[in-house]
Design a protein around this ligand. Structure first.
Ligand code: ARG
Ligand code: ZN
Length: 878
């Protein structure tokens, strides 16, 4: 495909299709290399379309075998078929059926889009445009049809046959060794939600009774023998279903809900109607092999995909520009679920850490785009942190602004009005405008303007008048295609804290009854009356808007917030801001004042003794220093990753030494007791203990090595084992290499655990790592065609190892470029994902910048690139 001529799809060009499809009957005869698909489509002209238009069906690498209209074979002159399109110039101008027979090769489908084989099992991935790799179709989400799917396969090869909806019939095909299953999904859906599975799979199941008394079977299918690792996923599914009933009044609507885990998958999971397909990494877990973070991810992704049944499936998207309509909303819903199941403040901090690490970085780089993009060349490149995470922040801000009750009423109205339709962002906002009577047109700018606003806040106390004034100013830096920015409607949740810790009244006519001040102009100010003493302002509580802030607070004032704020998010934020200031100074080679260092370490010391055990998960977050990537973002230009790395090591050493006694006590006090449980409280204790170990190792490498080795040998679960290994990775020497070997020995037959082993080594902050990564690419457990393996080794090197990926000699960039080009020939989506690691290249110092640019130019100049990779390469260079 020639990429510079690749078409740009624009939102403004949207128009309804010329035809609709009401029903689809599929007959799929599975065969490893020659699967036959017969599709009978019930078509009719769209009253909103053009009356004389040809019928153009999308295809992708298809082979047409037969074609008929209303059962009559179509003569050769009446259609044109290529692998990517089927055109019928003069189709009937009334309802008719089109029968299409195609043949595909699932075994050689390495793109993992459409129908493919993973470990011998057949599965599908159709979002965004994979259905057209199965049959010719109107492959756009506003074409919604009722599907009946007959799947046939060899009984030995694929004893399990699954489709969307409910099973209506199954049996043997006499005398052939083959069998079939017929699945019917009564809910009209777009083709991207189609799925089928065939293979040898083990199953665990449990019954579920919905709120109205409907009986549903919940099942999880995994590789035979791994059934006992699927319990947590099944439990998370049941909890998600209960939660959606209780919190959003949403009930499930089929007789079965199936989840299938596959080992080759481009993304996390997929919400196909009644048949979710998952990357096995987000299903399989056991204490021996999964970490606390794995358990939390499984819970969140199971919930996410289940919640799509309403936000995505019952109400779907009109076109792919509306992707955030389902993804942002569903991320918001899964975040709320995890917050309810775990600890709300701790989860909020985790969400914000991810948002900053991924979305803020994206928004500050060449790939910045609005939550609702206005154009795309390749839609798969828009499954981004911006669409997902910033999309969720917009929903959260809406809830903050209008309050919980109106938010719930608006959601109800949205689901009721849009059920069974393909909707837009406007439809979503209209529901909330209608229930509140508010004008949300300014707020809607969050969907169209890219870039992260920076809000500067200055406070002034008037001793005589006893008033306190806050001055706000917002600026959004230019982003690609958007040189000029308008002010955003930013909800600021705020409060005032007295220096002795008492909360002060912070009401006023400009602060709503939900405690929100709306900053919707470039500058504004807010005055509080009757403020008895000079306060410390606590702004953007709970991270009430996805913005960067500059506060004119001293470190000492920030540490008042760490000690006393009633808002847990801002307590954490205060600790991070002070640490960040010191880290930035150290990175730039500026002197840091002893009193500033002492201020932070004594605040942390008293935090450890007074607060750490009250909420260990929260304490672990407070005691974790900003990452190297965070520091780079804060510096923003002419970045020297070596300097940042050494600054962080230095800070870790100083904090570790200053808090040593307290840390040691914590480490011992939090010792592992009893059986592993993945619950949030237990995970919090482990997190705190492991942060403690890391700081102790920073303070005293010998002690660190001894303790980490002991923990590695005695650990009863993967969380503690991996944490000790992570600490050992920072300590070169025999102990480290021995631990690496022991781990490999133990888990060489467990691909998902070996992934952790690849990641560990890819992140080692030393010069020899690039060589090590290259060597690991020929490890028998590595495979260039498996997305999880590639991401664990190559992806982690590029994303987690700031110093080595951004090597001064450019060899880190060259390596990534080489792998991207290799992967592109197999799996363009995966290659394009890896390539986004270049998103920070313009922020690097001159030498690195020029090496990175050369690597990008080399990629962009390669002939026959996929559209996925060429799109990212070109935008990265613009
Ligand atoms: N809708 C899926 C989710 O729940 C993501 C699927 C994206 N797949 C793709 N090939 N772009 O987030
Ligand atoms: Zn999703």
């Amino acid at each position: 495909m020639r990429t510079d001529t690749a078409q740009i799809v624009r939102l403004e060009d949207y128009r309804p299709g010329d035809f609709l499809i009401d029903r689809v009957e599929l007959d799929v005869r599975l065969h490893p290399t020659a699967t036959r698909i017969t599709a009978i489509l019930a078509l009719r002209p769209n009253p909103e379309g053009r009356a004389d238009a040809p019928l153009r069906l999308d295809g992708d690498e298809l082979k047409l075998k037969a074609l008929a209209i209303d059962g009559r074979a179509l003569p050769a002159g009446e259609f044109e078929a290529s692998p990517q399109e089927l055109v019928i110039a003069q189709p009937p101008r009334r309802p008719f059926t089109l029968t299409i027979e195609t043949e595909i090769d699932p075994t050689s489908n390495t793109k993992l889009m459409g129908l493919y084989r993973s470990s011998g099992n057949y599965c599908t991935q159709c979002e965004a445009e994979g259905f057209r790799r199965i049959t010719y179709f109107l492959d756009r989400p506003d074409v919604m049809a009722v599907y009946t799917t007959r799947i046939e396969a060899g009984r030995d090869e694929a004893p399990v046959l699954l489709g969307n909806g409910n099973l209506v019939e199954s049996g043997d095909v006499d005398g052939t060794g083959r069998h079939f299953a017929v699945w019917h999904d009564p809910h009209p859906k777009p083709s991207y939600l189609f799925a089928l599975v065939g293979g040898r799979l083990g199953k665990i199941a449990k019954p579920f009774t919905t709120m109205s008394g409907r009986e549903v079977e919940l099942a999880v299918y995994v590789e035979p023998g791994k059934e006992n690792r699927a319990d947590y996923a099944l439990d998370a599914l049941e909890r998600s279903m209960r939660w959606d009933e209780r919190v959003f009044d949403r009930e499930y609507d089929l007789d079965v809900f199936n989840i299938v885990a596959v080992s080759d998958f481009n993304m996390g999971a997929m919400e196909n109607k009644g048949l979710n397909i998952f990357n096995d990494k987000y299903v399989l877990a056991s204490p021996e092999m999964a970490t606390d973070a794995d358990y939390a991810n499984i819970e969140a992704i199971i919930a996410h995909e289940y919640f799509h049944n309403w936000s995505g499936n019952r109400v779907t998207c009109r076109d792919w520009f509306q992707l955030c309509l389902k993804e942002g909303l569903t991320v918001f819903r899964d975040q709320e679920f995890s917050s309810d199941e775990r600890s709300r403040p701790v989860h909020r901090i985790a969400e914000v850490k991810t948002l900053r690490a991924r979305q803020f970085v994206e928004d500050a780089g060449p790939l910045a785009h609005p939550v609702r993009p206005a154009q795309y060349r390749e839609i798969n490149n828009f499954y981004t942190a911006t669409v997902y995470e910033k999309g969720a922040e917009i929903v959260r801000m809406l809830k903050t602004i209008i309050g919980d009750e109106d938010f719930r009423r608006g959601m109800d109205l949205y689901f009721e009005r849009c059920d069974g339709t393909a909707a837009t962002v406007e439809d979503f906002l209209r529901a909330f405008a209608d229930v509140t009577g508010r004008d949300l047109s300014h707020f809607a700018r969050w969907y169209v303007q890219s870039g992260t606003p920076r809000v500067t806040v200055r406070g002034a106390y008037d001793e005589g008048a006893k008033t306190y004034r806050l001055d706000f100013e917002q600026v959004t830096p230019p982003t690609p295609g958007q040189p000029v920015k308008e002010p955003m409607a930013i909800p600021v949740v705020l409060g005032l804290v007295a220096r002795d810790g008492r909360p002060l009244q912070a009401t006023g006519e400009r602060v709503s009854r939900h405690g929100v001040f709306m900053l919707d102009k470039t500058t504004d100010s807010l005055t509080f009356e009757d403020v008895a003493t000079p306060p410390v302002p606590s702004v953007f509580r709970g991270f009430s808007a996805p913005v960067k802030t500059s506060l004119d607070l001293s470190n000492e004032e920030l540490l008042v917030l760490l000690r006393h704020d009633t808002d847990a998010f801002n307590r954490w934020e205060a600790s991070q801001t002070v640490a960040m200031r010191l880290l930035v100074s150290l990175s730039k080679g500026d002197p840091i004042l002893d009193e500033d260092m002492l201020g932070l370490s004594s605040a942390l010391n008293s935090f450890i003794s007074n607060d750490a055990m009250r909420d260990p998960a929260f304490a672990a977050l407070v005691l974790t220093l900003p990452s190297e990537a965070d520091i780079a973002q804060e510096i923003g230009r002419d970045i020297d990753p070596d300097a940042i790395h050494h600054a962080r090591i230095e800070m870790r050493r100083r904090i570790g030494q200053a808090c040593r006694g307290n840390l040691q006590e914590l480490y011992t006090g939090l010792a592992d007791t009893g059986a592993y449980s993945p619950d949030a409280a237990s995970a919090g204790r482990r997190a705190l203990r492991n942060v403690t170990l890391d700081l102790l190792a920073g303070a005293d490498p010998d002690l660190g090595e001894r303790t980490a080795r002991e923990q590695f040998e005695s650990a009863s679960n993967m969380t503690d084992r991996l944490a000790s290994l992570n600490v050992l990775m920072t300590l070169p020497g025999d102990a480290r290499e021995h631990a690496i070997d022991t781990f490999e020995e133990r888990y060489r037959d467990e691909p998902l655990v070996l992934d952790k082993w690849f990641t560990l080594q890819a992140a080692i902050p030393e010069d020899a790592t690039l060589k090590r990564v290259r060597r690991l690419m020929s490890h028998p457990g590595f495979s260039i065609s498996n997305p999880n393996r590639v991401r664990s080794l190559v992806g982690s090197f590029a994303m987690l190892n700031q110093m080595q990926f951004n090597r001064a000699d450019g060899s880190g960039y060259d390596f990534l470029a080489e792998i991207v080009l290799r992967v592109d020939e197999l799996n363009p989506q995966l290659a394009a994902r890896l390539l986004t690691a270049f998103g920070t290249w313009r922020m690097m110092e001159k030498m690195r910048r020029s090496h990175a640019k050369n690597a990008l130019l080399r990629i962009a100049g390669k002939p026959n690139l996929s559209r996925d990779v060429s799109d990212i390469a070109q935008r990265s260079l613009e």
